[in-house]
Design a binder for this molecule. Structure first.
Ligand SMILES: [Ca+2]
Ligand SMILES: [Ca+2]
Length: 531
């Protein structure tokens, strides 16, 4: 018997095609948990360390030795890696994650004030740079130079990364996790010390010419002479953030998920800030965005889940797990069939077809007919936050099948027709097209009746519902029945977006499912153990 057991992991069996009565009854009672459990067990079994353990136990059993209690080797992190879901945030009672679930259990004073500011003002950037001028004023520059001089006085042979991070924070105004990047620019790629001379040379040649912190950030992140920032330009500083942020300590052992987290944060940044959606974030877009404010907040806030915009780990967890759930063959792509399963089969065939026609946004995926993880992030942010201006744009393009910049009666009918059929299948009395059309026009009040433009949608607060009526059955029903639970949530937490509420609910659901699976898995794996 060879020491390395070769165990083939079979493809996931589709529901209802299992043989054996026991399996059928178990699967029919708890279909999804049974399948997930099988998958979890097989994944565990395919890990090299599990195989070694099984081999050792078999060897002991053959030799007639009493079986040893296995060490608690299947840690959460490696089981999670095996089943393809990232680790959750630290549980209650841990130092940083006081709540593993809800980002809103504690008073949200910081978050709430942030949101209020974000909606009332374009952005709030520290004001020590002369606004509108060319670079820094003499006065501001003198203050900055004096501050840096004082800081360097204590480091006559140069500053290490930790000390230099103070300069980046206090003199430049950027988060400390930018220090590594700035150190490279100031002192060279392999430097681990910055001298006073190197600093002032970079300061005078580059940073003092920037008129605000956003342009300093742009300058620091961009490649030489580039006129816009691309995804990859953010990788270095965000990776540094995940390495140093106390709220992301638990991610250090799972590098893959650390990378996925960074990737997801970048997609979220570009979704919000790169309003032309061309993957090239300009200085103008950066200035108009609230990214800098949230980057600074992410540094200060020990619980990263309280930074709902861009950075929440729980939000990443939800996005990634949703993708993983749909990507049943785990090739990291989603096809049309997979997406039909989204949200408990909420979407119509017609809208899924439009998404795969890439009407809302061209896919980044290089595999024809398949959606990549990045495309999925764009989709889920648009689907679960339909009132967001960019989501309106996304769905408008999907519904405007004639590409004439206006949604007309026949286009509304084309999508609503499938909803009528679905209501009939669900034995629900369908809402007639004429009635729904009237209701929608009352709600949206377009300038020209039955001709809805993107501007009409942008000036109505009910636009998300318009789209839900057209292609999302579950949300349509929730809207028609005026779901009191949803309405209360909206009233009580006006600072949360539809996306924030969705992500919170899903995180709770996924956490509970995962806990169940972990309990079952430990029962199954060790139920034969005589100890
Ligand atoms: Ca797939
Ligand atoms: Ca049209």
């Amino acid at each position: 018997m060879s020491k390395s057991l070769s165990i083939q992991v079979p493809a996931r069996t589709p529901l209802g095609e299992r043989s054996g009565n026991e399996n059928i009854s178990a699967a029919s009672k708890f279909p999804s948990s049974k399948l997930k459990l099988d998958e979890l067990f097989l994944n565990w079994l395919s890990m090299a360390e599990s195989q070694n353990l099984v081999y050792e136990l078999l060897k002991d059993a053959k030799a007639g030795k009493p079986l040893r209690q296995p060490k608690s080797g299947a840690t959460h992190a490696n089981v999670a890696a095996a089943i393809g879901t990232p680790p959750r945030s630290p549980q209650k009672g841990s130092r940083y994650g006081t709540s593993a679930f809800s980002p809103t259990r504690r008073p949200l004073s910081r978050q709430a004030s942030l949101f209020t500011r974000a909606t009332n003002e374009p952005h709030s950037i520290p004001t020590f740079y002369k606004p509108g001028g060319e670079g820094l004023s003499e006065e501001v520059n003198a203050g900055k130079v004096a501050l840096a001089e004082r800081m360097f006085e204590r480091h006559l042979t140069g500053m290490n990364l930790e000390a230099f991070a103070g300069v980046v924070r206090d003199v430049v105004g950027l988060p400390r996790y930018f220090a590594k990047r700035v150190m490279k620019l100031v002192a060279g790629a392999n430097a681990d010390v910055v001298t006073r001379e190197q600093w002032f040379s970079y300061w005078n040649s580059t940073l003092r010419r920037q008129k605000d912190v956003s342009s300093a950030m742009f300058e620091i992140l961009r490649r030489p002479n580039a006129r816009a920032l691309e995804h990859a330009d953010f990788t270095e500083v965000l990776t540094e953030m995940t390495q140093t942020h106390p709220g992301l300590d638990f991610l250090k052992t799972t590098r893959e998920f650390q990378e996925r987290y960074v990737e997801t944060v970048i997609y979220r940044i570009f979704y919000e800030c790169n309003t032309t959606w061309n993957g090239r974030l300009t200085l103008r877009e950066l200035r108009k965005s609230d990214l800098l404010e949230h980057m600074l907040l992410a540094e200060e806030e020990e619980d990263i889940n309280r930074v709902l915009k861009y950075f929440s780990y729980e939000h990443f967890y939800v996005i990634y797990c949703k993708f993983w759930e749909l990507d049943t063959d785990h090739d990291f792509f989603i096809n049309r069939e997979d997406l039909l399963h989204y949200g408990n089969h909420a979407l119509t065939y017609r809208i899924v077809a439009r998404i795969f026609d890439q009407a809302g946004r061209p896919f980044k995926s290089d595999v024809p007919g398949k959606m990549s993880y990045e495309d999925f992030v764009w989709f889920i942010l648009s689907e679960e936050n339909k009132n967001h201006p960019l989501a309106l744009d996304y769905w408008f393009k999907c519904i405007d099948t004639h590409h004439d910049g206006v949604i007309t009666r026949d286009e509304i009918y084309y999508f609503y027709e499938e909803q009528i059929q679905r209501m009939e299948c669900l034995a629900q009395e369908p809402v007639l097209f004429e009635d729904i059309l009237c209701q929608m026009m009352d709600m949206l009040k377009p300038e020209v009746d039955a001709r809805v433009t993107l501007n009409d949608l942008r000036s109505s607060k009910m636009s998300g519902n318009f789209f839900n009526v057209l292609f999302n059955m579950n949300k349509f029903i929730a809207f028609e029945t005026r779901d009191p639970f949803l309405m209360r949530q909206e009233r009580e937490e006006p600072h949360l977006t539809e996306w924030d509420r969705f992500a919170r609910g899903e995180y709770l659901r996924l956490s509970m499912e995962e806990d169940d699976e972990m309990d079952h898995a430990s029962d199954v794996v060790w139920e034969e153990s005589p100890i």
